[in-house]
Design a protein around this ligand. Structure first.
Ligand SMILES: NC(=O)c1ccc[n+]([C@@H]2O[C@H](COP(=O)([O-])OP(=O)(O)OC[C@H]3O[C@@H](n4cnc5c(N)ncnc54)[C@H](OP(=O)(O)O)[C@@H]3O)[C@@H](O)[C@H]2O)c1
Length: 331
């Protein structure tokens, strides 16, 4: 069944997702929500499918859409997803999906009550090169540790330096380095190694009390995973998974363009394949398969949900550890 897709957010990432969804052949954009009818119309005009523009969320959710893709600022995800679930609409929500475990528990209840799914869009873990890393880890004799890095100067950082408070660097919108770029290395760690035994976050705060960069350490039974991420500087460090002698070397843990296996004895093998032009196609395809054939894909969905819940639990703990508070956090 072709899924009638609705979108929230008119920025470039929503365009990329709609293009990915159309590439799969499983979705057709049919409704666009925007706070402004002109920006909604300009967004809808980018695609060949006929989509109706809504500026009222309730009308949008009750317009007959099967699935909504939510790419609003993080702090709005919870309320928008909750409304979608109550209207019986399947939810794809951008990372980081929800602010804390309290929000996730409420979403889980609504999801079960309304018999629909919630998917967190974590595009990198569905990509072929991520699966190649997981496969290689399975073949390694031992894991000694890992370091995952994702630190990029944000296009909004100039505005911050000029005294503005852009959404993505503003904890009032549940944003910051960890909730934005930090999610990629965190997702990678949890998808590859499972739930850590403990986690710690050493954050550098901006002058609006939002974390601008930081280092998180995840402690597993036999090794640690160090996550380095930030939005106010450019890092060119690679990411690595260490065996004994052998090492997996990853150019970038979020973009995953080149992955090399070095056996520590003089031989290096490229284990990646060329990255897809649109990195959201794989996740869009998987979500459609689960929505269209929920019983056949129940185990895959449960795995996605468990990873998303674990990421949410560790995010909640890391922010608490660093004293980064969001407005929605329990007192
Ligand atoms: N997976 C990825 O690779 C990727 C990449 C980038 C971002 N993201 C995620 O996508 C989400 C959106 O990020 P973004 O940088 O695009 O955010 P953004 O530009 O701040 O906002 C996204 C959209 O939300 C609406 N919006 C903006 N400010 C708002 C406000 N104050 N109140 C209500 N609506 C508002 C706008 O749509 P209208 O003006 O049309 O209402 C805007 O197009 C985040 O969760 C982020 O983590 C994911």
């Amino acid at each position: 069944m072709t899924l009638k897709l609705g979108t929230i957010g008119t920025n470039w990432i929503t365009q990329m997702f709609v293009e990915a969804a159309h590439i799969t052949g499983e979705y057709a954009l049919s409704a666009v929500y925007s706070r402004h009818s002109d920006s909604g119309a300009a967004f809808a005009d980018k695609f060949e499918t006929e989509a109706t523009v809504y500026t009222d969320l309730n009308e949008f959710f009750n317009s007959g859409i099967d699935v909504v893709y939510i790419a609003s600022p993080n702090g709005l995800h919870f309320a928008q997803a909750a409304e979608a679930l109550k209207a019986g609409v399947e939810v794809i929500v951008e990372k980081s999906a929800f602010d804390n475990t309290k929000q996730y528990e409420a979403i889980y209840t609504l999801m079960r009550e309304n018999n629909v799914h919630v998917f967190e869009a974590a595009r990198h873990i569905q990509q072929a090169n991520f699966k190649a890393i997981a496969k290689k880890i399975g073949e390694m004799e031992h894991i000694s540790g890992a370091t995952f890095v994702y630190e990029k100067y944000s296009s909004r950082f100039d505005a911050y330096l000029a005294g503005e408070n852009p959404n993505v660097l503003n904890r009032e919108f549940s944003a910051g380095a960890l909730a934005d770029l930090g999610v990629y290395p965190l997702y990678a760690a949890i998808a590859l190694f499972g739930m850590p035994k403990s986690s710690h976050y050493f954050a550098t705060l901006l002058n609006n009390d939002t974390d601008g960069r930081g280092t998180a350490i995840l402690r597993y039974a036999d090794f640690d995973v160090t996550l380095i991420f930030g939005k106010g500087a450019n890092s060119y460090l690679q990411s690595e998974i260490l065996g004994y002698r052998d090492t997996i070397i990853i150019d970038n843990i979020a973009e995953l363009e080149e992955v090399i296996y070095d056996d520590g004895q003089g031989s290096r093998t490229v284990i990646s394949t060329p990255a897809p032009a649109n990195p959201m196609v794989e996740e869009a395809r998987l979500f459609a398969a689960i929505i269209n054939e929920p019983v056949a894909n129940e185990a895959r969905y449960n795995e996605l949900l468990l990873t998303s819940q674990r990421v949410n639990a560790v995010l909640t703990n890391l922010r608490k550890d660093a004293g980064v508070v969001f407005p929605s956090d329990p007192a």
